[in-house]
Design a protein around this ligand. Structure first.
Ligand code: PMP
Ligand code: GLN
Length: 405
């Protein structure tokens, strides 16, 4: 009977061959945190829900009848709001009729894009470490996954030209770039973005960007969409979502924007994944994108403070942390705490909830087993700071007790 379950998921290592599903590392660590009563600095979701007024708009929309299928491309108000957001923040001009597609979160946009544009024999290049759904969606498409390691340095985790060149081949079809980057907190700099743009041009590859943390950057760090670089708009699909920007991760309202022909190809797949969704949430996110700039600024400022709290606490507990210019996350090297019984970041992350009352996620979970990045980052773990201050303070106190500092 086993053969019945040899699906793409089993082939990609996402499910066991008996058909049972392996939970994502995020679900696994949240379950462990719940079981042990640990502060959950593992899975990146906010403790505090997004703006009350935005939630009111959704409630009203439900009562006023926004409960049936919205159009496949998304409601016109939301498509207009996304186009206006891209113009206002980045100077990107989009036709909301043909160049904006609303999706079930960034996850659906990413998967539909990969299924639409690559298949067997094609290669997709991502940074490594990478968000877990990338490897899964590339496998679903039957394409090959190549990676470019981000390397730890005083300046945070950075992209190197030689690594990027080494990942390219005549089969490179897509460069899938995530900035601000989960899990490292890297916000790619102009020189790094130029390297990627040059690589895309020379390989004649399509660029797909995951910008879900676009507004969550700190200390004046500027996020620049790759689509704004010379010659890139015509070959770039830009993906984002409302989940992080408005602390509404469970609403799963995302979008893909780009040239009409590419968006139409993504729609061809998306219409058979979900067709459409989130009817009452779409008008609420349309309003949030249009009127929510103050809420975004407040979130950014508060996250920067919480990052400082966590980084200071981790440092006091004896971890070396890496510079984080954006996202929800800070990475820490657990080397000082490793033992023969707990030899790497993966074992450390699994031991920490029962031992210290704090959950984190190993960076190995964002790497291809055995890769350069997996080896270099084997002792690293990721903590999220998108938690209430009291939770962070308690977590830091527990880590200091654990480390005896
Ligand atoms: N990309 C990255 C880098 C993420 O961290 C996440 C999840 N938080 C997603 C995509 C998924 O976004 P969504 O919840 O909108 O599907
Ligand atoms: N993006 C979140 C994180 O990196 C998790 C989302 C999920 O659980 N799939 O923690």
């Amino acid at each position: 009977m086993t053969a019945r379950w040899r699906t793409v998921a089993t082939a990609a290592g996402l499910a066991a061959t008996d058909g049972t599903t392996r939970p994502t590392i995020f679900a696994e660590m949240t379950a462990l945190a719940t079981e042990t009563g640990a502060a959950n600095l593992g899975q990146g979701f906010p403790d505090t829900d997004g703006p009350h007024w935005v939630r009111e708009v959704a409630r009203t929309a439900i009562l006023d009848g926004a409960n049936q299928y919205p159009p496949g491309r998304g409601i016109p108000e939301l498509r207009a709001a996304v186009a206006d957001h891209q113009r206002r923040h980045y100077g990107i001009a989009l036709d909301p009729e043909t160049e904006v597609l609303v999706t079930a979160g960034a996850t659906e946009a990413l998967t539909a894009t990969l299924l639409a544009l690559v298949g067997p024999g094609d290669e997709v290049v991502t940074l490594e470490p990478f968000y877990d759904s990338y490897a899964a969606a590339i496998a679903m498409a039957g394409a090959e996954h190549r990676t470019v390691p981000l390397r730890a340095s005083e300046e945070g985790f950075r992209l190197h030209e030689s690594d990027l060149r080494a990942a390219l081949s005549p089969r490179t079809r897509i460069l899938l770039v995530n900035s601000p980057h989960n899990p490292t907190g890297t916000v790619l700099r102009p020189d790094e973005l130029r390297l990627i743009a040059d690589a895309a041009r020379t390989s004649d590859a399509i660029v797909v960007t995951d910008e879900v943390y676009e507004h969550l950057t700190f200390d004046g760090t500027v996020h620049t969409p790759l689509a704004t670089l010379p010659g890139m708009a015509e070959r770039t699909i830009t993906i984002s979502s409302a989940g992080k920007t408005f602390s509404l991760t469970g609403w799963k309202v995302g979008w893909a924007t780009g040239p009409a022909s590419l968006i139409s190809a993504v729609l061809a797949i998306k219409q058979f994944l979900t067709y459409s969704g989130g009817a009452p949430f779409q008008p609420a996110i349309a309003r949030a994108l249009t009127e929510g700039d103050d809420d975004i600024s407040a979130l950014r400022a508060s996250l920067a403070e919480r990052r400082d709290l966590l980084v200071d606490g981790l440092t006091a507990a004896g971890f070396a942390t890496s510079r984080t210019d954006g996202t929800y996350f800070v990475c820490a090297d657990a080397t000082p705490f490793l033992t023969e019984a707990m030899p790497d970041g993966d074992a450390f992350a699994r031991a920490l909830p029962p031992a210290a009352g704090v959950a984190c996620v190993p960076l190995a979970a964002f790497c291809t087993p055995g890769s350069t990045a997996a080896q270099e980052l084997g002792s690293w773990v990721r903590f999220t700071f998108v938690k209430d201050r009291a939770v962070l303070e308690e977590a830091v106190a527990r880590l200091r007790t654990f480390s005896g500092s």
